[in-house]
Design a protein around this ligand. Structure first.
Ligand SMILES: NC(=O)c1ccc[n+]([C@@H]2O[C@H](COP(=O)([O-])OP(=O)(O)OC[C@H]3O[C@@H](n4cnc5c(N)ncnc54)[C@H](O)[C@@H]3O)[C@@H](O)[C@H]2O)c1
Ligand SMILES: [Zn+2]
Length: 461
């Protein structure tokens, strides 16, 4: 079974009327991929061909579906409802796709298709019995089940969003091998017992990381390497905020040249940002996050109940990333929607070469202010300020961000902040590339140094 859609086609399967054809282009847009509606690619008059018998239709559908699944470039495919009756199609899915069952209740499906010319939707009783017959087949081949667009995007990244999921952790960690639970010391004190209970017999060892940013040190990871007893069949489960998951993820990326890992983010930052997308990192004296690796988690478990114990000041850190994501998406988002948005960008661009960079909205300014403040400034506050600058340079109104985050200018040395910004950014001549908001969504645009410096200066008291 595939765990995510990385480097694979994302195939939508499901019954007639589930919305596969409608959703495929929306999923594709969010992943930056091409959408293919297999029915539309058959090049035949489907009702006419069906009139010659279902077999005549399947004889055209099967080879064409397999051909499309053999395309190298990962796409998003909407498959015909009955195509998965073919063993050849099921084999092709297993080889090259992450298969998502788009679920729909049969009443809704019937309402959607009853007036259509679909050959197998001409009579309600037949339609319903066909649904009963197909259901186990869909369940049997699907790597994941989803009900809507965000559900597909979350599944594509291997994300399980579910209240109370911590109690099911034992089932949610893929495979059946041993687990090393690695957690933030504070979080283990609160949620560790529940996690241990949920892992049951699979729990092989438990490892405490210093709470917060102190976890992201080579000495901490070195100790962890020496404690781990996993072989390649084992999994590291990382429980905590972004600091714990960054450090545990780096250990997972490097131990035995890489073992699978699962993130269980316990902060708002973690659930909408750090726990998703497979970037892991350590800090070194020369700077934060300067050492790291890409290592996609086998699963991300987002349990919003875990946020109930999060201190308010930590929640505010996450609020800034949530507002950032809302600006990128152009609409209000909850935790699930924000996680799905990041998931889409990261699955489409796992190595941060293009669209994933949009997530840096406001961050060029934020990093400069943090550096100038000697890292005494909280990241969330710096991001809130950075968003103001990005909005101003985009010619956008800032009142919504001001109302949501109340950013206050900081007292730092202006020249020091500017030097940090220049050091941080690749420049082309006088121009600096920034993520900004265009009319049709995020864009990466070059602005002159004078403009960027003026925007930075407005953030400093
Ligand atoms: N890898 C990525 O893509 C990515 C993205 C964003 C941020 N990050 C990294 O994430 C880190 C920041 O993460 P963070 O904001 O989650 O902070 P954090 O991990 O430092 O945790 C903040 C504090 O909250 C406590 N805590 C965590 N969960 C709790 C809970 N449920 N109840 C009570 N206390 C809890 C921790 O013990 C800690 O003291 C930074 O190091 C940053 O570089 C990584
Ligand atoms: Zn950030």
């Amino acid at each position: 079974m595939a765990l995510n859609a990385l480097g694979r086609h994302l195939a939508l399967v499901g019954f007639m009327g589930a919305g596969k054809t409608m959703l495929a282009p929306l999923v594709a847009e969010r992943l930056g991929r091409r959408a293919i509606d297999v029915d539309g690619e058959l090049g035949v008059d489907i009702p006419a061909l069906f009139a010659q018998g279902e077999e005549a239709f399947r004889a055209v559908e099967e080879p064409r579906t397999c051909e499309l699944l053999a395309i190298d470039e990962p796409t998003v495919l909407a498959l015909g409802g009955g195509s998965i009756k073919s063993q050849a199609v099921r084999d092709a899915l297993g080889r090259s796709a992450f298969t998502v069952l788009l679920e729909v209740d049969v009443d809704t499906a019937w309402e959607r298709v009853r007036a259509s010319d679909r050959p197998l939707a001409q009579d309600e009783a037949t339609f319903r019995s066909l649904n009963d017959e197909r259901r186990p087949l869909y369940r049997g081949i699907a790597d994941a089940v989803a009900f809507d667009l965000d559900g597909v995007l979350l599944a594509a990244a291997g994300i399980q969003h579910e209240r109370g999921a911590l109690a099911r952790l034992g089932e949610l960690v893929p495979g059946d091998g041993p687990v090393a639970l690695v957690g933030d010391a504070t979080v283990l004190g609160i949620h560790g017992a529940a996690a241990e209970r949920a892992l049951g017999d699979r729990l092989q060892s438990l490892h405490q990381l210093p709470a917060g940013e102190q976890a992201k040190q080579l000495a901490v990871v070195e100790r962890l390497w020496s404690e781990l007893r996993l072989d390649r069949g084992g999994t590291i489960v990382a429980l905590g905020g972004g600091a714990a998951t960054d450090a545990a993820g780096f250990a997972a990326a490097t131990y035995l040249r890489g073992v699978p890992w699962v993130t269980v983010p316990t902060t708002l930052v973690g659930q909408v940002d750090a726990g998703i997308g497979g970037k892991t990192a350590l800090d070194i004296p020369q700077g934060k996050n300067l050492v790291g690796a890409f290592h996609w988690p086998a699963r991300v478990v987002i349990d919003e109940e875990l946020l109930e114990t999060l201190p308010e000041r930590e929640r505010r850190q996450g609020q800034a990333e949530l507002v950032k994501t809302e600006l990128l998406a152009g609409r209000e988002l909850d935790v699930r929607g924000a996680a799905a948005y990041k998931a889409g960008l990261c699955v489409g661009d796992p190595h941060d070469r293009a669209r994933r960079q949009w997530l840096n909205l406001g961050h060029t300014f934020a990093h400069a202010l943090e550096a100038a403040a000697g890292f005494e400034l909280a990241h969330g506050e710096a991001v809130a300020l950075g968003l103001l600058a990005a909005l101003r340079l985009s010619g956008r109104d800032t009142t919504a961000v001001e109302a949501a985050l109340d950013p206050q200018p900081v007292q730092v040395d202006r020249d020091r902040a500017w030097e940090a910004l220049l050091r941080d950014k690749k420049r082309t001549g006088d121009q600096i590339n920034l993520v900004l908001l265009g009319d049709d969504g995020p864009v990466i645009e070059a602005r002159s140094q004078a403009e960027v410096r003026a925007a930075l200066d407005t953030l400093i008291a």
